[in-house]
Design a protein around this ligand. Structure first.
Ligand code: ISE
Length: 334
């Protein structure tokens, strides 16, 4: 049976998810592209051959000809749209973050638990990236010994708009690292500290964070949303017996004029193209089988990332190391 998927949001990420569904997801059909801006929805739908377009997400979620939903609308709408999907009994793949507010994530978890069925996958696609898969495997297989530290660098060319703040570096960009480090280490966070250097202009400066896990490991994260030169993510997992670092993903190298060079992507879609594909295929299998994918992020993981982000925003304001106080993990998410 073909799974009819609606994509809500036709911006940069919605358009990319719609493309994956239309071109790279055998067994799925791009049923509806929905955006408040009808012309934008139509533009994406026409390019990809979607069956229909819409502007009202609530009506789309309720449609009988929609089996599953991908939410890629603005961050502030993610939690409520996920709850609407749960109430309609439809599996949803919600782009990260599930919310910038941990209370909102708790509401999603409550709705999901009340439904009695796992329905929410959160789009932390880095879990599906081969570099992190290999880091986690090296740790789980015992090759690294006990994990001590994880170093993370996350650089964007420039902030997407003038409203982007240092706090958003923590709530919008850093959740990738909060989630993937916690996933690779298999650990929860105990505390977070955050600070920013001073720039010469009024652009958002990098945010540097140091987190400690409940097992005493350190995770350091640099988020630089105005790195200027390219989209660049680096990472290294350091254990007592060895370490694994992320190799650059390159398809060519230019040798010329006594030098060699390689290119950076302008944003994350190229670097993580395969991870997005794997993630969305895992979502399709989830819809088909009802079994939540092993490595995917759940609403619980969305909550964990949001709580750490909230605490990180507080740490940035106070300059103190702030304790991360998570609720106990509900058995539903065991
Ligand atoms: C964006 O929302 C993403 O998810 C990207 O992966 C990240 O690099 C960027 O900083 C975020 O704004």
């Amino acid at each position: 049976m073909t799974v009819r998927i609606a994509v809500i949001g036709a911006g940069i990420m919605g358009a990319d998810h719609a493309r994956i569904v239309a071109e790279d997801l055998p067994g799925a059909c791009l049923q509806v592209v929905c955006d408040m801006d009808g012309a934008r929805a139509r533009g994406v739908a026409e390019t990809l051959g979607a069956v229909d377009t819409a502007t009202d997400p609530g009506a789309v979620i309720a449609r009988d000809d929609v089996d599953a939903v991908i939410v890629a609308s603005p961050d502030a709408t993610h939690a409520d749209l996920s709850i609407s999907c749960i109430r309609a009994g439809k599996p949803v793949m919600c782009e990260k973050p599930l919310s910038a507010s941990s209370d909102d994530c708790l509401r999603v978890m409550e709705a999901e638990q009340a439904s009695g069925t796992r329905l929410v996958q959160v789009g932390f696609m880095r879990r599906f990236d081969q570099s992190y898969v290999e880091m986690k495997a090296a740790l789980d297989e015992g090759i690294l010994g006990r994990a001590l530290m994880m170093h993370n660098f996350h650089r964007n060319v420039a902030t997407p708009n003038a409203d982007f703040t240092g706090a958003m570096a923590i709530t919008n960009s850093a959740p990738h690292e909060f989630d993937v480090a916690r996933h690779v280490l298999g650990a929860e966070y105990a505390s977070i500290w955050a600070a920013q250097p001073t720039r010469s202009d009024d652009r958002v400066a990098p945010v540097v964070m140091v987190l400690r896990t409940t097992g005493g490991q350190l995770v350091n994260i640099e988020i630089n949303n105005n790195a200027a030169y390219g989209y660049d993510v680096r990472g290294e997992l350091v254990g007592e017996a060895g370490s694994v670092s992320m190799a650059p993903v390159l398809h060519s190298r230019l040798d010329s004029a006594l030098s060699n060079s390689s290119r950076y992507d302008a944003d994350w879609r190229g670097r993580y193209a395969e991870a997005y594909r794997r993630q969305n295929r895992a979502f399709l299998r989830f819809v088909e089988t009802g079994r939540f994918p092993d490595i995917a992020a759940s609403a619980w993981d969305g909550y964990a990332a949001a709580l750490v982000a909230e605490t990180g925003v507080k740490a940035l304001a106070t300059g103190n190391t702030e304790p991360v106080r998570m609720i106990d993990r509900p058995a539903f998410y065991a």
